[in-house]
Design a protein around this ligand. Structure first.
Ligand SMILES: [Mg+2]
Length: 265
């Protein structure tokens, strides 16, 4: 992985050869700093202003790809001309039309898992249970660090059967256990689908694709988008991304840098 800022010359030359830009952006920990209560996460107004300027540039598209529910992430960002994808790639909206991933979901069994996790959250009152429809999450950002191991143990015991029977998969993210139905569909599949279906063949050839994200689920997109400029927020030696930013504080600068490239040339 290379520091994004040490490679801007090269990336600028790549961008100059293309006629447009597609920006896939994760939300929590990427556009928005991680907060102790997930509901409180916000996107700062200066970052929002840059996004608003980017989406009005012809041949520039912005797609937010989040683990939050589609409705939640749409509300958090609130820009109409942006496309949104929620639930780690399982549902999305393109030009106002709603889609879900082409996979079969065992909804009833998943409901049982949901009840178990909900009950577990009551035993650890500092945790936050989040029902996102197709997936759910147990956040422990406010849990005392000494209790995290205990929570993890209990959680693993409770989930063992459902994991072993291939019903669900668990993503151990930043201060969160994300529980997804076990299907072959992730953020990377969504991005590939988007590139194939939302763009014309000509557009696809001419456009430079960027994916910016900070956590485990973004690694699927880093791995699958082989032709894209993939950027990890926060350095991690075994990441599949090609570049990294040192921290979330650098996101604003990165978006501004792309905006300047497109506006000034
Ligand atoms: Mg994130």
């Amino acid at each position: 992985m290379k520091d994004f800022w040490s490679e801007t010359g090269k990336i600028k030359r790549l961008l100059d050869k293309r006629s447009g830009l597609i920006l896939f952006l994760d939300f929590d920990g990427t556009l928005s700093p991680i907060t102790s209560v997930p509901q409180n996460a916000i996107i700062y107004s200066d970052v929002l202003e840059i996004l608003k300027k980017l989406v009005v540039i012809p041949n520039c598209r912005v797609i937010i790809v989040s683990g939050r529910s589609l409705l939640d992430v749409k509300r958090k960002v609130g820009i109409k001309s942006v496309d949104y994808c929620g639930n780690h790639g399982l549902e999305w909206e393109i030009d106002g039309r709603h889609f879900t991933a082409p996979v079969k979901l065992e909804t009833e069994k998943i409901e049982n898992v949901k009840k178990i996790i909900f009950a577990l959250a009551q035993k650890f009152p500092e945790t936050v249970f989040e029902d996102k429809g197709l997936t759910f999450a147990l956040h422990y950002r406010a849990l005392d660090s000494k209790r995290v191991e205990r929570l993890r143990k209990v959680f693993e015991i409770e989930m063992e059967y459902y994991i072993n029977t291939f019903l669900i998969s668990v993503i151990y993210g930043k201060m969160v256990f994300d529980i997804k139905p076990r299907v072959r569909w992730d953020k990377g599949d969504f991005c590939s689908y988007y590139l194939k279906n939302a763009l014309t063949t000509v557009e696809r050839k001419r456009i430079l694709t960027i994916f910016l994200g900070d956590d485990k689920t973004d690694e699927d997109a880093f791995a699958k988008l082989v032709d894209a400029i993939t950027i990890k927020v926060g350095y991690r030696s075994n990441s599949r991304a090609k570049y990294f930013l040192r921290s979330q504080h650098e996101t604003k600068g990165l978006l501004q840098w792309f905006l300047n490239c497109l506006m000034i040339g």
